[in-house]
Design a protein around this ligand. Sequence first.
Ligand SMILES: NC(=O)CC[C@H](N)C(=O)O
Length: 407
Amino acid sequence: MAITVAINLALISPSTLFHPKSPNPSKLRAFTLRCSSATSTAVPDLAEIPWKTSDARLVLEDGSIWRAKSFGASGTQVGEVVFNTSLTGYQEILTDPSYAGQFVLMTNPHIGNTGVNFDDQESRQCFLAGLVVRSLSISTSNWRCAETLGEYLAERNIMGIYDIDTHAITRRLRQDGSLIGVLSTERTKTDEELLEMSRSWDIVGVDLISGVSCKAPHDWVDRTNPEWEFNSSKRGGEAFCHMILESSIIYASETLKMKPDGVLFSNGPGDPSAVPYAVETVKEIIGKVPAFGICMGHQLLGLALGGKTFKMKFGHHGGNHPVRNLRSGHVEISAQNHNYAVDSSSLPEGVEVTHVNLNDGSCAGLAYPAQNIMSIQYHPEASPGPHDSDYAFREFIQLMKKVKVNS
Ligand SMILES: NC(=O)CC[C@H](N)C(=O)O
């Protein structure tokens, strides 16, 4: 059985396209302009410059100023500061398009010791605003390491800082919620200027998915190392072999014309309520083919089904978040990266909350069996050590098979 899966909102290649129906293009342009000031410089290896002194400032909108040492690119950059509790996987984090517009602060104090390789990238580009770490490793030790983290960031024009109290900033974010910050290595800019910049920028209500989505539909090609168990050739001729990635700006009619066996609405950055055109696209697709939503895809499904989303205090970012599957009773350790959530109480009758985040009780999964819809707020495609959530894909495959057999 050859089954086609069309993946909407796919976030694989960079795009400067804006959706023709996008409600507020001027806001999008403001975002693009303000985030373009970082400049790449040749950065010597940290081991060569142990005497380096603080040359960067992180100014938060609450007025606090944090001095740090820079690595990667230099310049001035604005973004929302979020903390990530993963112990490993910084490269996957750097290349996760859902971090567009955000500074990722790693709570694990020691970062960079395995360097960077070119197999573990989640997408073609680093979309995040910058990286904040406590201690940047002065050496790398891994058989796959191709270059240092500092070299990698400098080549991609991404700013990083280290020797900063990440514990204190995390406690502040936990207490007060996510904060906008400005990171700068430019001495000519005063603290007041940077503070003003942080206070006049906002990430809420901005369409970020159109900036990271692929431009045109294309086939998905499995580039997994053939030796790895996840390579599709190892799965003995899996029925679902043809996957097409689509842009977030595609019209539902174009997707349906391909007669897909299922549609997966992928993850993506930013505020789901800022992309009503995407909600409309989802509305037009659901009920016609089985649908699976992951993270932003889950939030868009929640909105399309008549629910509401809200911004969380500081979100969930890490590879160690416990989730309870309410159907099986099992607890999964999951990878998460989101600042918004679906409000369970806003969902209409018939829509089932299938998963709950055990840290705060927020909605972590939905199902609407009447329309063959399932979704989860976290990342079954990620593998932060455990593979607890892999079964979600098997469930979607079963759903598509069931619908195909009965049609
Ligand atoms: N990983 C994602 O898809 C992120 C979802 C959404 N943009 C959020 O921050 O909540």
